[in-house]
Design a protein around this ligand. Structure first.
Ligand code: NDP
Length: 806
């Protein structure tokens, strides 16, 4: 056959990568032990699991089946190692990370082959993508270790982190988790996926080779029910980082609720791939190949919903089918295949089941004419047309090489269709009109948006989801915050002021007058009116028609507020949604309104001061200080409103990645007890400065400072519905907010028990939570009471990839 013939027919023979060095490596070591404290140890159970080559269905290796006793040993080793590892200089840690990167590069070929054998993905992908990105991740984070002291002042490592990774990018997910954790000074217990442990075990050898101190990285293989759950529940683990299915993410959210463990979840997706009629269709076809047939579609951000502008739908489908005919599927070690094997027979059956369901629901299935190998787990590239947006194949994550095509007419329809999913991990937008593409990108609710490209990853750019795709980011500077906490935060749970106040004897000394520090005495204000709720810019009666009494610290009744209930929260959420255009306004405008609020509050500072005195029995001077700090805080967030901006990343490609903080959406806020005015403003101001709308449940004991703000808001040009205030039983209302599927995030500053309930209830739509776990913070202190920690909680990063050049 001549070269010309080959070009004509594209038929060429197999070009397999040699597997013998990897098979020898396995043979010499198996059965594989657990890697704890830099030692290879036998699992306590004495049991081993089989790792199977998905391309052949034959056994590849025996790996240890760990259990909770092994997790205990690993966590103990990690805790011991944390004492010294966290104290090393950033430079020293950088040297270790650099050594890991170098060593990974030296073993790149072995790692690539092992990954293909164990997972079934093509050698072309493991060699050219997975392993180079793994090395890049360690290099990049060596840099952050070096810079931690100067770039993250005031932060400390979290402690011992438990990391649980899936089987679709085994070594890459390991790198995404381990590199930032080590860079920030944490120690690690990692559980690989049951199907794919081998590259993690090779990585353990690399850890030994470079002399990483014992206990810094521990790897415990085994099953989810024995190893994963034990790690999640272990009391001495300070953070869980998980990548995998949304269902398991939800159960981990519930299992860690109230435990003070930090949590990041990278979950499933059903990402839209949006094609406008002016796009370069040949590039689009290659884009679709990369979007859904890369790694056999077993990619959380796979472009599995192909949304095509109606007038080019038929043309694009024809081109795509022609390309699908030419795709090569087969032995993953063949350097010339496009697609390898599905990870396991279980996963294959699940894909088959969903495809059959699609056919039964009336969609049209199209597959190329060639057949898959009969040995091993293979599934052909599959295209569905005539798909209803509500059908299961359009909504459920198939996690296989299956794309569903739908059409739209206008950009608005494209956005609506793209957002018609419970997920929000990624999206691709294809158009030669960059104005249109950059207009659409922010409108799609997804953590990453690729313009005229797809499935691009780099260590410098954060990756993570909106909505049920999880929360937290991996990569970029934003990813570092998942592995640190403010230095002032301790882990000791102290009783909140709420508990202290409730515990106080309400029959103690009675006072009708209050002294200012200069000795002036003034009468407490009379009980004159019952503030209503503040919903949609109007003061409205509570649905229940009831009000609740407000007492001072001595048990005197000093006023009443409305008793809000579930219905009021629902109305407030509706109002907050109706005000979403707040996020589209200019940051300059938001800053102006925050200044205006400060101005109007300042003109009533005496009244606000007296109100604080009345509720808390603090001195006038003390309360006056609180009002002054409140004013300063409003100024701070007015300042930040147009300054908390994104970053332009320069990944190794011709193009840029625009990392833009976007508002979370609708945030439910439960205010702390102490500092009734400052606590309220310290939470509301950063949330609205970043473009969110809020439903606020004020301090339980002292709600009147918040309700006094109604008139301030009404006179400060704050659009209706941006701030909604529902008074009442704070923990009950927080629970309703946490359960509400149209609330995107919840902040709760109250008891440890209340924090637990909020975290647990939030698992419904996987809303992001920020809870105090019963820890008090000093709201008067600018380090604890304001700053970028608040702004980060108020936003989520979107990374928009914009390649350039012809
Ligand atoms: P899972 O979410 O079940 O597994 C991911 C990881 O979590 C594995 O290490 C698994 O261990 C572990 N795990 C599972 N259950 C628990 C638990 N209760 N507590 C602690 N750890 C646990 O994904 P699957 O592998 O079962 O895949 C099922 C589906 O999940 C796929 O079809 C796909 O839709 C989705 N998925 C999404 C991924 C993503 O990147 N977003 C990646 C992988 C899957 P073990 O391997 O031992 O079961």
């Amino acid at each position: 056959m001549s070269v010309m013939d080959i070009f004509e027919t594209m038929e060429y023979g197999p070009a397999p990568e040699a597997s013998s060095p990897a098979l020898t490596w396995i043979k010499e070591r198996q059965p594989f032990g657990l890697f704890i404290n830099n030692q290879w140890v036998r699992p306590v159970s004495g049991q081993y699991l089989e790792s199977v080559n998905p391309a052949t269905g034959k056994s590849l290796a025996q790996v240890a089946s760990g259990n909770s006793a092994d997790i205990d040993a690993a966590v103990t080793a990690a805790r011991r190692a944390f004492e010294t590892w966290s104290q090393l200089t950033g430079h020293t840690r950088a040297r270790y990370l650099y050594a890991l990167a170098r060593q990974i590069q030296k073993h790149a070929r072995l790692l690539a082959v092992l990954e293909s054998l164990d997972n079934g993905k093509s050698i072309r992908e493991t060699r050219d993508l997975d392993i180079p990105l793994v090395a890049r991740h360690f290099y990049y984070h060596a840099g952050w270790a070096q810079l931690m002291a100067s770039e993250l002042p005031g932060y400390q490592p979290v402690g011992v982190v438990g990391q649980i990774i899936p089987w679709n990018f085994p070594l890459l997910m390991l790198a995404w988790k381990i590199a930032p954790a080590l860079a920030m000074g944490n120690t690690i217990v990692l559980k690989p996926a049951r199907y794919t442990s081998l590259t993690a075990l090779k990585f353990a050898e690399i850890v030994q080779e470079i002399g990483l101190p014992p206990g810094v990285v521990n790897i415990v293989t085994g099953e989810a029910s024995r190893v994963g759950e034990a790690l999640v529940r272990h009391p001495d683990v300070n953070k869980i980082a998980f990548t995998g299915s949304t269902d398991v993410g939800r159960s981990i959210r519930r299992a860690t609720a109230g435990s003070s463990k930090k949590l990041s979840l990278e979950l499933g997706g059903k990402s839209p791939f949006v094609v406008f009629d002016d796009a370069d269709l040949d590039s689009v076809v290659e884009g679709v190949v990369d979007a859904i047939w890369f790694n056999q579609g077993q990619v959380c951000c796979a472009g599995s919903r192909l949304l095509i502008q109606e007038n080019i739908e038929q043309l694009l489908i024809r081109k795509l089918q022609a390309r699908m005919e030419k795709l090569r599927l087969g032995d993953p070690l063949d350097k010339a295949v496009d697609m390898g094997a599905i990870v396991s027979p279980v996963q294959l059956r699940e894909i088959q089941r969903l495809v059959e369901q699609g056919v039964a629901e009336g969609a049209q299935k199209w597959q190329p004419s060639w057949a898959c190998p009969t040995e091993g787990s293979f599934f052909p590239p599959t295209l569905f047309t005539h798909v209803s947006p509500a059908s299961s194949i359009a909504q459920v994550e198939i996690f296989g090489p299956v794309v569903v095509a739908m059409s739209f007419r206008t950009p608005e329809e494209a956005v609506a269709l793209a957002n018609n999913t419970r997920y929000g991990l990624a999206a691709s937008v294809w158009s030669d009109n960059i104005n249109l593409a950059l207009d659409i990108a922010p409108k799609i609710k997804a953590g990453s948006v690729w313009i005229n490209c797809t499935n691009m990853f780099d260590a410098s750019s954060g990756f993570g989801g909106y909505r049920e795709s999880g929360f937290g980011r991996e990569g970029g500077k934003e990813g570092l915050y998942e592995y640190v906490r403010p230095a002032w935060k301790t882990e000791t749970v102290r009783p909140t002021a709420e508990t202290i106040l409730i515990a106080k004897d309400s029959t103690t000394e009675e006072e009708d007058e209050v002294s200012a520090s200069d000795g002036t005495r003034f009468a407490l204000p009379a009980i004159d009116r019952t503030p209503k709720l503040f919903i949609g810019g109007r003061q409205v009666r509570p649905d229940s028609g009831y009000s609740r009494d407000v007492y001072d610290v001595h048990g005197h009744r000093i006023g009443e507020v409305g008793e809000g209930n579930r219905k009021d929260i629902r109305n407030a959420v509706e109002a907050a949604h109706a005000a979403r255009s707040w996020s589209a306004g200019t940051t300059h405008n938001r800053a102006q309104i925050l200044y205006y609020i400060a101005e109007n509050l300042a003109s009533r500072e005496d009244e606000f001061t007296r109100r604080i005195v009345q509720q808390t029995n603090r001195t006038y001077d003390d309360a006056f200080d609180e009002v002054q700090v409140t004013l300063s805080r409003l100024f701070s967030y007015a300042a930040w409103a147009d300054k908390f901006e994104g970053i332009v990343h320069r990944p190794p490609m011709r193009g840029v990645v625009l990392a833009m903080p976007e508002p979370m959406g609708v945030i439910g806020v439960a205010c702390p007890e102490p500092y009734p005015l400052l606590g309220f403003v310290s939470l509301v101001a950063p949330a609205i400065a970043m473009g969110n709308t809020v439903i606020v449940v004020p301090s339980h004991q002292s709600p009147l400072s918040a309700t006094d703000c109604y008139q301030v808001f009404e006179t400060s040009d704050l659009p209706s519905g941006v701030v909604n205030i529902v008074t009442g039983e704070r923990d009950v209302l927080s629970q309703v907010l946490a359960e509400h599927d149209d609330v995107d995030a919840i902040w709760y500053f109250g008891s440890a028990e209340g924090s637990k309930h909020v975290e647990f209830a939030s698992a419904g739509n996987m809303k992001r939570t920020w809870v105090s776990n019963g820890h008090e913070r000093d709201w008067l202190d600018a380090v604890q009471g304001e700053g970028q920690e608040f702004l980060r909680e108020a936003t989520q990063m979107k990374n928009i990839w914009v390649p350039y050049g012809e």
